[in-house]
Ligand binder design. Structure first.
Ligand code: GLU
Length: 284
């Protein structure tokens, strides 16, 4: 039965910690309670940060937690051409423009999910002559989605109706029917000529491909939903229901993060923790 389809979509940039366990358990429990499907998607579109051994680690950790998956694991790096195809469709509709900011600025804006507030840059297209000169000079560029052109393409009426249903809660307790505000993220970077496609494209493409009905994830991705709803509308994809959940915080009240060396599930396991104990600790 596939009336309810959800997924766990980690990026293999490190080993999973308790925060990931909470997300995976929330999604898995919801799928099982609904008699639905729980999919696993490896979001490894950023080749500089993702490593195959972390993917293996994710599978081991989910097995240890007892979270069985439905269907094959989707590895995004095996499908880059599909995401490039989406960018191509949007480009051919004239919705994108080239941005020649520095390599670092663009790389920072691509690949990984934007946990936390988005960079609302809207540099706008370069004047044609300037652009031609930059291209002739071989300057690398990224494709940004123009909010102005997206709005013109959808029409004011459809634009005003962009929205999603939040069954969990955003960071400020947002719930129910949420009007989408794609402008909070600015003209997002959707692709870079030589570094593939950005997170927002891959995530919305795969959710649509797999018929995901419920996106269950931490509320640090609540803001990302606004631009994802816009991409869904532009591509004619359905908007799933969203259930953002609160984040696990460390002792100082900050989100558990790989970069802060949050204790990994691997290390809990090696310390002899029983998975049932962790599930109980996380409220399952
Ligand atoms: N891959 C993203 C992350 O590591 C999650 C994407 C999503 O759930 O939409 O946080």
């Amino acid at each position: 039965m596939a009336d309810f389809v959800t997924r766990f979509a980690p990026s293999p940039t490190g080993r999973l910690h308790r925060g990931h366990a909470l997300s995976a358990l929330t999604a898995w429990t919801a799928a099982r309670a609904a008699g639905g499907r729980f999919l696993l998607r490896i979001e490894d579109i950023d080749p500089t940060r993702c490593k195959p051994e972390f993917e293996t680690g994710i599978l081991d950790d989910l097995d240890w937690l007892g979270l069985d998956r439905d269907g094959p694991v989707r590895r995004q790096s095996d499908h880059l051409h599909e995401y490039a195809g989406v960018v191509d469709v949007l480009d051919r509709r004239g919705l994108l423009y080239r941005c020649f900011r520095t390599r670092r600025e663009i790389l920072d804006a691509i690949g990984d999910a934007p946990h936390g507030p988005a960079d609302a840059a809207r540099p706008g297209p370069h004047p044609a002559e300037e652009e031609a000169a930059l291209l002739a000079g071989g300057r690398p560029f990224a494709w940004r989605l123009s909010l102005d052109r997206a709005r013109a393409a959808l029409g004011d009426r459809a634009w005003a109706q962009l929205s999603f249903v939040e069954e969990g809660a955003g960071p400020d307790g947002e719930r129910g029917l949420i009007p989408a505000r794609p402008e909070t993220a600015g003209d997002v970077v959707l692709a870079r000529k030589d570094a593939g496609t950005a997170y927002h494209v891959a995530v919305t493409h795969d959710d649509a491909l797999h018929g995901v009905t419920h996106v269950i994830r931490g509320h640090d991705l609540f803001e990302a939903t606004h631009v994802q709803v816009l991409i869904q509308a532009l591509m004619g994809w359905p908007t799933p229901v969203y259930r953002h959940h609160p984040l696990l915080l460390d002792a100082s009240g900050r989100r558990l993060a790989k970069r802060d060396k949050a204790e990994t599930l691997q290390s809990l396991r090696e310390r002899g923790m029983d998975p049932a104990q962790l599930r109980a600790e996380l409220g399952f």
